[in-house]
Design a protein. Structure first.
Lengths: 208, 152
């Protein structure tokens, strides 16, 4: 069974992170693409958190230590390579999870959306890995920074390893970190939640 | 007094808020219309995408079209572009949006035809466009950019 709180939190936090690119992405097309990815994840977060309780209370009124998202999704956007590597690693995990639960209605719907996410990330990894010395260097740095958070997800899958091989990128040899599922987060989650929650906390029940 | 068949026709005929050239029936978003025990109607809809921001507008439009009706959202079976009717596909094309191809059946990646000049010589600019359900393409023949309802 899919843990609605853990995966709902993953989707919510990653969606919020991606929204931080809006109006700042390298090109207009990527701005639109990243906003679309964020929108899909927000939709899935709402469906899953509604299953776990009241979606607004869960999103707006919990403290960082009460969030059950994995550490990977709360990592900062960094440069474009960091954002793409993070998205490859997380969509790889979420695609496999949804794919293993065809009887779950959120998963059955979400798997079709996440297939596009994974493919989007794959195509960018190929372009970045095989692009210029600079793009290769930045993507390698992003992999080294984010690889420690893959163990918590029991990933990557052969899909990711194939993409990296195809993109001439090395699999990093780095120690693993975990703790997000127990509420032990990195220092990056609290500021993100502060931004997400400030309006609702200042004006409870505010509506557009 | 509106009959169940009329209620279905009314619900099917409500325009989609994001693609107003299509009705909710042509888009495949209206799944069922039922008559409840108390005589009111219930419209069952399914979102195109999980995060579809048009869902609340769709709900409001349906209640406006069928006063007193309730609207229930179901996720399963997940919406597919295969549910867009032939008439709906034709309308999309007429309005400069390339309709989706059938999912599953095609192994060869056939190109998306330009909805303006009909040329198959088109390229993908971005898989994501103005709404969650569309991708952005460009025609190499007439050089116009166009939206394509991507297969899902």
């Amino acid at each position: 069974m899919i843990d609605a709180l853990e995966i709902g939190d993953d989707c919510l936090v990653l969606s919020q992170r991606l929204c931080q690119w809006v109006t700042r992405a390298p090109t207009l097309e990527e701005d639109v693409a990243l906003a679309n990815l964020a929108l899909d994840l927000l939709g899935q977060a709402r469906l899953l958190l509604s299953r776990a309780g009241d979606e607004d209370d869960l999103a707006y009124l919990r403290e960082p230590a009460q969030f059950r998202n994995c550490l990977l999704v709360e990592q900062p956007n960094g440069d474009f390579a960091h954002t793409i590597v993070r998205h490859l690693l997380y969509s790889d995990f979420l695609f496999d999870l949804y794919d293993r639960h065809p009887g779950d209605d959120v998963a059955a719907k979400g798997v079709k959306e996440i297939a596009y996410h994974r493919d989007y990330a794959r195509l960018w990894i190929l372009r970045l890995g095989l692009g210029t010395d600079e793009s290769h260097r930045r993507t390698t740095a992003a992999l080294e920074a984010l690889w420690p958070f893959t163990g918590e997800l029991s990933q990557p899958s052969p899909f990711v390893l194939d993409v990296l091989r195809e993109a001439s990128l090395a699999v990093p040899d780095v120690a693993q970190r975990e703790g997000g599922r127990r509420g032990e987060h990195t220092e990056h989650l609290a500021p993100l939640l502060a931004e997400l929650q400030v309006l609702h906390r200042a004006h409870p029940g505010a509506r557009w | 007094m509106v009959s169940l068949a009329e209620a279905r026709r009314i619900a099917d005929g409500v325009p989609d808020p994001e693609l107003p050239v299509l009705t909710l029936g042509e888009l495949g978003v209206v799944r069922e219309v039922n008559e409840l025990a108390d005589g009111r109607f219930e419209v069952v809809i399914t979102p195109t995408y999980s995060g579809c921001p048009a869902l609340s507008a769709i709900r409001d439009d349906l209640v406006h079209a069928l006063p007193g009706a309730s609207v229930r959202t179901v996720l399963s079976p997940p919406w597919s572009t295969d549910w867009i009717t032939e008439e709906g596909r034709e309308k999309l094309r007429e309005h400069g949006i390339a309709p989706p191809r059938r999912t599953g059946a095609v192994d060869l990646p056939l190109s998306v035809r330009c909805p303006r000049c009909g040329s198959p010589d088109t390229e993908l600019v971005s898989r994501f466009s103005s709404t969650a359900c569309k991708a952005l393409h460009r025609c190499r023949a007439c050089l116009e950019p166009f939206d394509h309802v991507k297969e899902i």
